[in-house]
Design a protein around this ligand. Structure first.
Ligand code: KG4
Ligand code: ZN
Length: 334
């Protein structure tokens, strides 16, 4: 069965056709990020207006590139939330209209759960797939959460961030260092030339299953103020700050994810969300997990960040489990 996935939770307009929940036949994304760059963050009204303009073309392109016709689709899966309300409405309204006009079932899919579907996508036929039960870590711009998954529709939240999400902390620190948006890739880039032991930061939280990233952002701000009260921030100091910040955040993510896997006595950890594209994170996670004989599944970088393939893929699995939506379903904001 071919599934069309539509993802419009933030600034991007994504459409993808996925065959039987695994093979990505097309994955098209139009980003409005350039329209927001002068503001240093996403402006919801600008995002949804751009999505309204792009969505027709993006869906058309995804279907064409997959080499199929709209009538070949067995399901339209669309992000139901969480996300920006105007942006979600564009995708959901489009999915409803197309489904109604062409008599194709529709299904709203949770964006956070879909991030954990990324490791199930486009793997070689012979490669291993994650096995249930597993622990899932979502590390995105809006969420940092640990889940226990028994099936695609049976899961429990184990813990989440008490304040900022990990990606949000990367974005805010990048802003403090006058880097671009989104900040994660910029921090990763300059951290390569930095010493992660140059500054000592902490990510404190009162439990092994919860996270906290707002304190470290403030600590970086104070450190920058301290340095710039005496001299101008050098390139080396910027790199050292980025490396020290990145190391601390990533150590917290890795330690807690491994703790959750051991606590739940499972063998598998699935990771998704934009921060999972970070190579320092991926390497550290694989190294630490190997020591504890944990199998880690992280999708390739471009499937870690927002994409419509993960929506199509999870949509397919949920549809097979009997999930359906009617034309009345509404965006879910949480
Ligand atoms: O999952 P995602 O694409 O969107 C949300 O659902 O939020 O995640 C975006 C977040 C941004 O905060 C971005 O800075 C972060 O993921 N990110 C990274 C990297 N690439 C994206 N953070 C650290 N290192 C990266 N390489
Ligand atoms: Zn996301």
């Amino acid at each position: 069965m071919y599934v069309l996935g539509i993802e419009t939770s933030c600034d991007e307009t994504g459409a993808s056709v996925v065959y039987r929940g695994r093979r990505i036949c097309s994955n098209i994304t139009a980003s409005s990020i350039k329209l927001h760059s002068r503001y240093g963050g996403i402006i919801p009204e600008i995002a949804s207006r751009a999505q309204l303009e792009y969505i027709n073309f993006v869906v058309d392109e995804a279907v064409k590139k997959a080499g199929i016709k709209i009538s070949d689709l067995g399901l339209i899966a669309v992000t139901k939330g969480p996300g920006l309300i105007g942006s979600l409405l564009v995708g959901i309204s489009f999915a409803k209209a197309l489904g109604f006009a062409k008599n194709i079932p529709i299904l709203g899919v949770d964006h956070i759960q879909a991030h954990l579907y990324a490791p199930f996508l486009d793997l070689d036929r012979n490669s291993w797939l994650p096995k249930f039960p597993f622990v899932g870590l979502v590390v995105s711009g809006g969420h940092t959460s640990l889940y226990y998954f028994k099936d695609f529709d049976k899961f429990k939240l184990l813990g989440e961030t008490l304040d900022d999400a990990a990606g949000e902390a990367f974005d805010k620190v990048a802003k403090l260092l006058n880097l671009g948006y989104p900040g994660g890739p910029f921090i990763e880039q300059i951290a390569k030339n930095g010493n992660h032991k140059a500054y000592t930061f902490k990510c404190s939280s009162n439990s092994n299953l919860t996270f906290s990233f707002s304190g470290i952002k403030t600590a970086v701000l104070y450190k920058i103020r301290e340095i710039t009260s005496k001299s101008i921030l050098s390139k080396k100091q910027k790199s050292d700050l980025a490396a020290s910040f990145q190391h601390t955040v990533i150590t917290s993510l890795v330690d807690k994810a491994i703790y959750a896997v051991l606590l739940k006595k499972v063998e598998t950890l699935c990771v998704g969300g934009g921060v999972a594209a970070n190579k320092y994170f991926r390497k550290k996670l694989q190294n630490e997990a190997r020591k504890k004989r944990i199998r880690v599944f992280v999708a390739e970088g471009k499937l870690c960040t927002d994409n419509a393939s993960m929506i199509a893929g999870l949509g397919y699995q949920l549809y097979r489990l009997g999930w359906r939506d009617n034309l009345n379903f509404k965006p879910v904001l949480y």
